[in-house]
Design a protein. Sequence first.
Lengths: 299, 114
Amino acid sequence: MGGFFQELAKVLAQRWVSLLALPGAFFIAAAWLAVSLGHSRAWDHALLVQRVNAATTTLTKLPVGLQVLGVVALLAAAAGVGLVVQALAGVTRRLWLGQWPHWLAAPLVRRRRARWHRLVAKRRRLEEDSPEPRAQVDHDRIDAAADRVNRMAMAEPGRPTWMGDRVHAVESVALHRGGLDLAFGWPRLWLLLPETTRTELGNAHAAFAAAVATGTWAVPYLLLGTSWWPAALMGVATGVTGWARARSAITDLSSLAEAAVDLHGRELAAALGVVDPEGSGPLTVAEGERATNLMRKGR
Amino acid sequence: MDVERAALTSLCREVDALREEARRHSLDREQLLDRILTEARSRRPVLGLLSRLLGADTDTTLRALGAGLPGMGPGRAREERFSCPDGACDRTEVPPPAGALPRCRVTGHPMRPV
């Protein structure tokens, strides 16, 4: 048991350093640069060296006790900034996943939906213009048109952002093709999923959470950019990196979630007693709807 | 299983997809793939070079080779068409991709895939 707690303490310490203290310390350093240099002398190396020398001289003249206290204060400040940014990560997550107030989301959803339907119509026209059997070149054209539709959204858009629509598509497909309402079905399905599937989903979700955390660090750097412009550049770079990683992670997460519903939806219906556990074949909409009725209980 | 052997197996299976993907990126990437194939033909290690090609560590490379690349292209689009549930009329419907299944407006029953 002692070994377990030692290991746990080590893991927690590593996470503390990587998630809070290290990025926080970088930010404190950037804040010090901002205060020392300001906008007008943002790249003044001579001034920077002068300020570093002055700070070092002041620090070395302090008694050891005060130096230790300074390091502790610095670590606490770094962790404090990290905690604030972690708290803000929830806002980034909602923003990226399109969980916006209705009045703000509705016009964008309408626009995304219209664009998606235009792309679908283009694909349909290509299909109608070249009936089966088709030449390879026609197949390629249709495949490319279908890919443009799928790259925009995997089902009819319902959220104002690309990432939000990735998640929305999983819910929409489960409801329209399997009759399952994942708002109530997902926790029950999760309990039935094999350990390997849960691990893969957990890893994809952890990658998304890490990307959201990275993207959120853009906020303090952008704020710092008001007094030292290079910090704004750092903010933009951090934000774009986090956003790009989040898009990739949400693609993995939504693909895995849809696969889990496809592969284990029947098990869920069987566990709820809606279908025969010995039965086979895809879950029908009627069966899924009966399972949903049981799960929602009139709610 | 020997990781180099696993990498060579995946490379052999997915070389066409890799070539297609490399063509979409840059000349450097195509040249790197050519180099990988030269090394593979001479039966020399390729895992390190594959990691460079895919921009990943060696463990991720093995996973990506086995899972990611074949699904990276657009795939073959599938058309869906539905007809009357019991064939009593000639109505057909093409729902939007991954959209709700069409129903007969007279009986309310789900239409049948053609």
